[in-house]
Structure formats: C-alpha cells, structure tokens
Design a protein around this ligand. Structure first.
Ligand SMILES: C[S@@+](CC[C@H](N)C(=O)[O-])C[C@H]1O[C@@H](n2cnc3c(N)ncnc32)[C@H](O)[C@@H]1O
Length: 445
C-alpha cells in the first residue's frame, strides 16, 4: 500500500480503499474524496473548555472544525440539533460563527451552556476561593449534615462518606448563589455544577468502564475518604485555567456568541430558511441510553423533574423505552435499505426491530426539520455509525441517505468514513462500531 502526502499532516494511502490519515487540523481547502476512509488523530480533545465533562460518543473537535470551516463563513449560523456536550457549538464560536445548540438532555444542555459561556477571571477566582473555604469549613465541622438528595438505590450507588462529601460540595455551591455582589454569579454556579457533575461517576460505585451507569459485584472501586473533595478541588483548578484561556480568546470577538433556544431536534422552533450549516451526530441505535447514563449526575443536580425516568427516556431519538403493543407487529418503512433489515431483526427480536424502526422514523422527521430551517444551498453534515443489532448488520448511513434523498429532498453531495481511535463508549464487543460515516447533504437551491 503506497502512501502519499497531500498537505501538512495528511497522509494518503493510494489504493482502491483510500485511507487518509489526518493529524490534528485538516485544511478546509482539502476535499475529502467521496467514499474515502479518514483517520483523525486528534491532537487535543481537551483544548480550552472542550474537556470540561466526559460525554458518550463525543466528536473529536477536529471533525466539526473542518466541516464548519469548509461549509460556512464567519458570522454565519451553525446549528447542531443534537449537540450533546456542545463540541460543534464551541468550535462554531471559536471559528467566529454563531453557534446554535439544541439537545433534549438536561446534562447536555448544561455542559454546552457552560462550555460556551466565557467567565471573567476575577469573579471566577473570587467565587472559587469562597467556595473552597466554605467546603473546608463544612468538612471540618463534624456535626454538619449536608442535604443529600434522595433517589433510588442511592446508598448502593455511593458510600456514606462519599454522599457526605458530595453533599458538602453541593451545599457549598448553593451558598455561592447568595454572593450576589459577584458578577456573573449564575454563570459561575453553573460552571461549578458542571465540575461537580464531572466527578460524580468516578466518586460512585458504578463500573467506570461502562457507558451505562451500572453496578457490578466484581467491580470494587477503591475510593478513600477525602478523595472526592480532593478530586473536585483539582478539577476546579484545572478547569478554571481552561476557562481563563477561553475567555481571553473570546474577548476579541464577543459578537460570535451562542444560542441555546430550547426545543428538540424534531421541533427546533427556528425560522424557515435561516441557518447556514447543520452538523450533528445522532445517538447510536442500541448503544447509549443517555438518561440512564447521566442519571446519577441528574439526581445530584436536581435536573430530573418529577415522574419516572422512563417518561423522559421516551422522548429521546433512539429510545429503548418502547411498549409491547408497539412492537408486537412488524413495522415496515417502505425503504429498500431498511425493510429487509427490520424483517431479519424482527424474526430474532421484535422489540429491537421496533427500536430500529422508530429510530429511523424519528430521524426522517429530524431531516425534514433541518431541511426546513436551512437556507437553500446549505449543508447538513451527519456523522452516523453502523450497528449490529441481534447479529444483523444495520448500515445506518445507507438507510439515512435513502431517507434524506428519497423522502426529504436532500442531495447527497459526498460521504466519507471517519475511523474512531478512542471514544468514551463501551458496548458489547461484537456490536461495537469501528467508525462513523459522515454524510454531506445539501438542500437544493
Ligand atoms: C452522539 S450524542 C452527540 C454528541 C456530540 N456530538 C458531542 O460532541 O458531544 C447524541 C445526542 O442526541 C441527543 N438527543 C437525543 N434525542 C434528541 C432529541 N429528540 N432532540 C435533541 N437532542 C436529542 C442526546 O441527548 C445526545 O446528547
């Protein structure tokens, strides 16, 4: 296999299956050949506020950065309708576009907001000093009993000393809210909450190697008293540093801000023909149950409203919360690429067949919504992984292309395969994806 260099940091392997290795940034003038395989070796996934919180199936910043630079101009509107932890939105902002982030998940909304909201150094330093002092005071007071939220199996998820330490952090953060003389105090409280959220999984007894929040008898994590407070303090110092750098950069171009308008990917509440570029990666079917993944963080931050988790879960694209009445019969879609796959899965597992059917049906509505809000001639770049469901290959990118082109009216401009090197995602080995396809769809002029 011969390899040639196309531009700095890009290696091309010329053969029928072209592999393009990209180290760090990819020049937006470079056209990835249609059908090519690319391998992005990310230089820095924690650059500025990118590393503030883990998130399943997070983008490498280099991918949205390339798409944003290639398909939009400074000052234009870039949306990610399923923005997760906000990688696209932060990149839009850093590249002087106006980022618009939508996500149904409360943790995703909070992380995106914090990641893209600059905070001036002085009030941040002042508030964090007060917070550290407050936490130390509460911890040293043996008779202090922090308020600990009540949630299912709480005492299995956390050891008693960890509950106390997290309670102290939470109470400390709440007390900062009262420091109304500090400017941007609400933004600072949100920032502290994200830092707290980022250590909850490690502080819990949950298996650290599984995306889903699960307890395993065999996994006996070693967590020492005082460790949770220490971790919080370390993360805080580190992320204050990143936030300072981010805010300094943003000082120069405060105009290029971010909107988090609410709504969902299926109903963005944005105007027709108003957006210049959309970039997203939808959830994987069969892989990540977002509300369950973030349940501990949501309980601690009070982000789950009343009612059961299952009610919230139904609203997510790719939901696995489906009812017997819905999946008793085989659902057909009318798409050539999808129906044979649904039939095969149905024979093995009717429930999984319906989950897959519903995923593509929701995605069809999502594609219609994006078509509505994009300006004519603008692109929608969708990164989507293929799956194996009950042993059946689901070529999601082919199915999505068929839906986008035949039902919604997009043109498929190009597509390429982006290999994955590292992801915070663990799913059964046989069903693990080896990368994702990026479809570049275009709304006709
Ligand atoms: C693969 S993740 C996106 C990760 C993101 N690219 C990043 O870099 O962090 C998919 C996201 O879709 C969101 N999602 C699922 N259903 C949604 C809906 N109906 N509306 C908006 N977002 C939704 C999930 O909450 C999840 O955050």
């Amino acid at each position: 296999m011969s390899t040639r260099k196309s531009s700095e940091g890009v290696k091309l392997t010329s053969e029928s299956e072209e592999l393009i290795e990209i180290e760090g940034d990819l020049d937006p003038d470079f056209d990835i050949p249609n059908g090519a395989n690319i391998l992005i070796i990310s230089k820095d996934q924690s650059y500025l506020t990118h590393g503030i919180h883990k998130f399943p199936a997070k983008f490498f910043p280099e991918l949205p950065r390339y798409l944003i630079r290639k398909y939009s101009q400074p000052g234009e509107y870039v949306i990610d309708p399923m923005c997760g932890s906000g990688t696209t939105i932060l990149e839009a902002m850093l590249n002087k576009r106006i980022g618009i982030g939508i996500d149904i998940d409360p943790i995703a909304q909070l992380i995106t907001k914090v990641k893209t909201t600059p905070i001036a150094s002085e009030p941040l330093e002042t508030a964090s000093k007060i917070l550290e002092m407050q936490i130390e005071k509460l911890d040293n007071s043996a008779e202090y009993n922090p308020i600990i939220p009540d949630f299912p199996y709480r005492d299995n998820w956390f050891r008693s000393f960890v509950l106390r330490e997290l309670g102290i952090i939470r109470d400390g953060i709440l007390s900062i809210k009262e420091q109304t003389h500090i400017s941007q105090v609400d933004d600072i409280v949100d920032f502290f909450h994200v830092i707290m959220s980022s250590i909850i999984r490690d502080a819990s007894n949950a298996d650290p190697h599984c995306t889903r929040t699960v307890l395993r008898k065999k996994v006996r994590k070693k967590i020492l008293p005082g460790e949770t407070l220490r971790k919080f303090s370390q993360r805080l110092a580190q992320q204050i540093n990143e936030m300072k750098q981010f805010s300094n950069i943003l000082d120069d171009f405060t105009y290029f801000h971010v909107h988090l308008p609410g709504g969902t990917a299926l109903a963005t509440e944005l105007l027709d023909d108003s957006i210049d570029l959309a970039v997203t990666s939808p959830p994987y079917i069969n892989a990540v149950d977002y509300p369950r993944t973030h349940q501990l963080e949501m309980y601690w931050l009070g982000l789950l409203g009343d009612g059961p988790l299952s009610k919230v879960k139904r609203k997510y694209i790719g939901t696995e919360t489906v009812y017997k009445d819905e999946y008793r019969d085989l659902h057909v879609s009318g798409y050539q690429t999808l129906d044979p796959v649904l039939e095969k899965i149905y024979r093995r597992d009717p429930r999984r067949a319906y989950i897959a059917y519903k995923f593509f049906d929701d995605m069809k509505h999502q594609l219609h919504e994006t078509m509505r809000i994009l300006k004519p001639g603008s692109r929608y770049c969708v990164a989507i992984g293929n799956n194996l469901i009950r042993g059946v290959q689901v070529k999601s990118h082919e199915i999505l292309s068929e839906i986008a082109v035949s039902s919604v009216g997009f043109e498929l401009e190009s597509q390429f395969f982006s290999k994955l090197i590292r992801h915070f995602i663990r799913i059964p080995r046989r069903e693990r994806m080896h990368g994702e396809w990026v479809l570049v769809l275009r709304k006709p002029q």
